[in-house]
Design a binder for this molecule. Sequence first.
Ligand code: ATR
Length: 392
Amino acid sequence: MRNSLVTSRLNLGSVVPIHRDCSSVSLLANIVTRASRPCHYKCALPVLGFELWFGLNYNLRVPDEFVNPINASTRICAVYGFPIKHSASPAMQNAGLAALGLNWRYIACEVAPENLRAAIEGAKAMRFVGLNLTVPHKLLAVDFVDEFDESVKRWGAVNTIRIEGRDKHSTWLPIHQFGDVQPDKIRAHGFNTDAEAITRSLREDLGIELGGARVLLLGAGGAGRVAALKLAAENVGELFLVNRTHSKASAVAAEIRRRHLNVKIQVGYPRGEVDLCINATSIGLSPNDPLPLDTRQFSLRQAHAAYDLIYRPAETLFLQTAKAGGSKVANGLGMLLYQGAKALEIWTGQSAPISVMREALTKEVYKQSTIHSPQSTVQSPQSTAGGAHTEG
Ligand code: ATR
């Protein structure tokens, strides 16, 4: 997946919702102290009223450096990439961790490919809770994890690692469950949450029912291939593949014919209408990019819905054109959200706080954009799914 989104910045100091807030304790202590001073008794009640009112508002959001300060019990998750400064994952995941009330932090580490094995071993040695992997590590990491989830076997790439320990009954458990006990062995368990995130985003952000759908997929690179295989696994009715390099689309089509006998697959543009057109090419990442399709062969008016794996800019020419033609549209931020939410669930064993994570992610991704937030430019406000060109 392409790493082209270098404008986002890591921001561990973003504002996050507070649920367990020690600042409210000190605020109340301050109110009580002031109200109990004799010289202030006449003004104590107005002060109390103001401070409680102010305190309630203040208590909704405070900068996260004041919440759950890092201490000796803080557990660490990290994303490894090269480069990594563009990653929006720390903002999203730290908001999620804070909302779950966990004394955990999620950091971003620039790890050169030649150091990936050592960095994974280091995470095991330091008892990190888990890792995410982004460009260029997803394929490389397959050789460096100790155990594969089914999703890694299926998609051939690792984007999430859970560090696990073996207890005295020889059961492997998430490392954070061991507390102060030292497991007799530690392993890195690899998962892939990317492919599932594509279809979850299509369903939740566009309301598409994939079973039996007619789909045109543009692009047969790394992202396009995974999207095509996942759509086939979801039993779409007909899948049309178009790619600049025809042979790559043919190779993906052949792979699908081998693995999914019931899916009708063709290389080339469809006649008539489709339920969904997906852009999985990298065209649209730059502001002056053209449409990623040949409008003499296919008009976006033929598509009931359009999805762009690109999420920045929030609305590519592809989405603008589709929206103007009456299609329902969504960009790729939801894909980024759902792959991260699933990773958080794998580490914590708890449901991810999706709305908190979505808000933090949207704020982080679009904070420097000259383009309006996706809510104002993309039909579905929940539609900002990350794409293949969407590294977290
Ligand atoms: P990713 O892993 O993000 O999918 P990729 O594997 O390099 O990145 O794939 C990029 C996709 O965008 C491919 O489908 C590529 O087409 P080719 O397979 O022909 O290279 C497509 N793409 C990139 N630039 C393009 C361009 N100028 N015109 C048409 N397609 C383009």
